[in-house]
Design a protein around this ligand. Structure first.
Ligand code: SF4
Length: 348
């Protein structure tokens, strides 16, 4: 009987060790193979020069290294957007962003997203499936392979692409640990976003991870947040902010609050004052984000003057704030937009 070849990438270290033992090999070979794949970005068993020939022959017969396929790379200024095809044909996207401090990759955690945020392209079509931990890590691995050519390294990972990370909790926590172990990206350089799944935020703070939590807030009153983010009907603003405050207290990590600026909806000085009051006294930072327009949505992006006014009110009230540099609007870098664009091309 011809067996199905096992994909090395889809095996955790202990699974790989066990697999190698079934091939009559010693466990330590797992570490060598992981080093080749993740540290040297070599996906060909025959090039793994410290493996014995007999193991290479067994691996060629019984295993494979199947990485996601890069379907598209779209670059604009400091941003490159990637579209990957997974083994089952689903597609996910990631974004490489170049900052003064290094290269950050924003990864997806689900195919589509079931959270239904009104301003977000990922919500169109809902969630199809969760990504596995290795599918999350593979996005960074392949982008790092591109950067190898320029002798550059991925220094930061933001887990805020398509999908709600905390809705795929186990795979995301596993990926956070493996980013350090496999790719040398420490937890302090990883940011995890959430639309506000309060019980999962509480669980995350007990994991003893040094990651930054980023909460997508976008509105301070429940009526507007209910409309923008249906999850608010389950976990209202006050609960979300209380969970964020507690996360900061327990972990000692500054919580980042994301706030998309929508013209005349949430961008007035009174909104800024309410936001400052809500966050007052907590370990926090606010990111103001210009909205990347999605055609057909009943919003418009705030103008620059409104964003600056909002920022000034927060600063005056003692809340650390930055206006996020606009990156990639022209290449559809808001989450879900490239994947959506591809789906539309495919269905035309
Ligand atoms: S903003 Fe995040 S949580 Fe909301 S629909 Fe988009 S990907 Fe999902």
């Amino acid at each position: 009987m011809v067996g199905i070849k096992r994909n090395i990438l889809a095996m955790q270290r202990n699974e790989l060790e066990h697999f190698l033992e079934t091939l009559g090999e010693q466990k330590f070979r797992a570490g060598q193979i992981i080093d080749w794949v993740y540290k040297k970005r070599v996906f060909d068993f025959t090039a793994m020069s410290n493996l014995p020939q007999r193991l290479i022959r067994r691996l060629l017969a019984d295993a494979c290294i199947r990485v996601p396929v890069v379907l598209k790379r779209q670059s604009a200024r400091h941003t490159t957007k990637y579209l990957f095809a997974l083994e089952d044909g689903d597609t996910v996207e990631s974004v490489l962003m170049q900052y003064h401090y290094g290269h950050a990759v924003c990864v997806s955690t689900q195919v589509g997203c079931g959270m239904g945020c009104l301003f977000c392209a990922s919500a169109v079509g809902g969630k199809k499936r969760d990504l596995l931990a290795w599918e999350i890590i593979a996005q960074v691995l392949l982008i790092q392979k591109d950067l190898d050519v320029q002798r550059q390294r991925v220094s930061h990972v933001t887990i805020m692409g398509t999908g709600e990370p905390l809705d795929n909790y186990d795979a995301v926590v596993c990926a956070i640990r493996l980013f350090g172990e496999y790719l040398g990206i420490g937890q302090r350089r990883i940011t995890v976003s959430t639309c506000g799944l309060v019980p999962k935020i509480e669980r995350l703070q007990s994991e003893q991870l040094a990651v930054t939590l980023s909460i997508s807030l976008h509105a301070t009153d429940n009526a507007l947040r209910d409309r923008l983010m249906p999850i608010n009907r389950r976990y209202p603003v006050e609960q979300v902010v209380a969970a964020g405050r507690q996360y900061g207290k327990v972990t000692g990590r500054r919580v980042s609050y994301e706030y998309i600026m929508l013209k005349d909806l949430n961008d007035r000085p009174e909104h800024a004052r309410k936001l400052a009051a809500l966050l007052s006294g907590s370990l926090c930072h606010v990111n103001l984000i210009a909205w990347n327009v999605i055609p057909g949505r009943p919003f418009a992006p705030s103008d620059r003057a409104a964003i600056e006014r909002f920022s000034a009110v927060l600063s005056k009230m003692g809340i650390p704030v930055t206006i996020r540099r606009e990156m990639g609007g022209e290449i559809q870098a808001a989450c879900g937009q490239l994947r959506r664009g591809q789906a539309e091309v495919e269905t035309e």
